[in-house]
Write a protein that binds this ligand. Structure first.
Ligand code: NAD
Ligand code: IPM
Ligand code: MN
Length: 355
């Protein structure tokens, strides 16, 4: 098949991990006879430096015409002055809004070798297999903001429609899994959470075969570490989902392993690791590329419908997690490039097995 893929390397380790994702997609294209065209565009701090705009018009145009988007990460100390007029992260948020990708899918699967590196005891993490659905284009991230010398405000707003579509997405997904949805909110304090809870309860009536439980976000942060295997699909609003998914990544052994898919819009889906630009390790070939490579697998499955190809990439990553020297975050000493090479070799072997 033919597909045009926009690549947004961004800042810090973004370009290092994005090129790993592209290398894997090129390998898949070659092995399975697909024609993927890659176009690189600027976003974030890099785009501020080159265009004075974290999401310049040329990038916007390319995004609207793409079949799928692979992103590294944006941001860094160079652009982080709290008084700066414009920030890299604004480019990311503008892109999500532009593409209307309201459902951010963040799966968490454990591999025995890396789970052993988790600070949690093995008996706690046994059997963990969960997926977060994070609302991505609403809430406090996108409400009105004010700032004066003496105070500042961030408005948090959700409409019924915004809540309903993402909750339905979670229920539909749960039907393909263990049929349990945990809706996370702060309904004991926030009005937006009370709206969220009532919409989730109403939607659940359309899914009598799926169990719904409500959980407050503060205790959820605790249960995620004490009984993570009890969860299947977890749906929550934008900021709670941001925080809980970084926390959950620790269960798998490293933040560098977690992929994401941002979908639900009329156009392209966006695929990116959940981690940031990691300025502390940028430019040192220490970045774990596997979160981005697994995001590329999600791109193959969700945006291009290439199920077999996605499974080959995931099996290759499993093989590497089992056998290869890994990056430093997972206790190894391999470079980003060496881990990527190992995945490419494993992809070639798996593709041959499949043929
Ligand atoms: P971060 O996710 O960049 O890093 C947190 C820690 O995890 C660091 O110690 C880092 O070295 C480590 N880490 C992250 N990814 C790794 C990988 N692939 N391999 C090995 N180690 C990895 O979070 P931060 O330091 O709080 O944020 C840095 C910048 O990234 C900020 O400007 C923030 O806004 C931005 N950010 C961007 C995105 C995105 O583009 N989607 C996501 C999160 C944060
Ligand atoms: C993420 C990031 C972004 C978010 C930031 C950089 C705007 O943390 O993708 O998880 O909060 O959504
Ligand atoms: Mn985040």
């Amino acid at each position: 098949m033919k597909a045009s893929i926009v690549v947004l390397p961004g800042d810090g380790i973004g370009p290092e991990v994005a090129s790993a994702g592209v290398a894997v997609l090129r390998e898949v294209a070659q092995r399975f006879g697909h024609d993927f065209a890659f176009a690189e565009h600027a976003i974030g701090g890099d785009a501020i430096d080159r265009f004075g705009d974290p999401l310049p018009p040329v990038t916007r145009e390319a995004l609207l015409a793409a079949d799928a988007v692979l992103l590294g990460a944006v941001g860094g100390p160079k652009w982080s002055d709290p008084n700066a007029p414009v920030r890299p992260e604004q480019g990311l948020l503008a892109m999500r809004k532009l593409l209307g990708v309201f459902a951010n899918v963040r799966p968490l699967k454990l591999h025995p070798r890396t789970a052993a590196l988790s600070p949690l005891k093995a008996e706690r993490t046994k059997g963990v297999d969960l997926v977060f659905i994070r609302e991505l284009t609403g809430g406090i991230y996108f409400g009105a903001k004010t700032r004066s010398d003496n105070d500042a405000t961030d408005e948090c707003r959700y409409s019924v429609e915004e809540v309903e579509r993402v909750v339905r997405h979670a229920f539909d997904l749960a039907r393909t899994r263990r049929r349990k949805v945990t809706s996370v909110d702060k309904a004991n304090v926030l009005e937006t959470s009370r709206l969220w809870r009532s919409v989730a309860t109403r939607v659940a009536a359309d899914y009598p075969d799926v169990e719904l439980e409500h959980q407050l976000v503060d205790s959820m942060a605790m249960h995620l570490l004490t009984r993570p295997a009890d969860y299947d699909v977890i749906v929550t609003e934008n900021m709670f989902g941001d925080i809980l998914t970084d926390e959950a990544s620790v269960l798998a052994g490293s933040l560098g392993l977690s992929p994401s898919a941002s979908i639900g819009g009329p156009g392209a889906g966006v695929y990116e690791p959940i981690h940031g630009s990691a300025p502390d390790i940028a430019g040192q070939a220490l970045a774990n590329p596997l979160g981005t490579i697994l995001s590329a697998a999600m791109l193959l499955r969700h945006s291009l419908g290439l199920t077999e190809e996605a499974a080959v990439v995931e099996a290759a990553v499993d093989h590497v997690l089992e056998h290869a020297n890994l990056t430093r975050d997972l206790g190894g000493s391999a470079t980003t490039h060496a881990v990527t090479r190992a995945v490419l070799d494993a992809c070639a072997a798996k593709a041959e097995e499949a043929a």
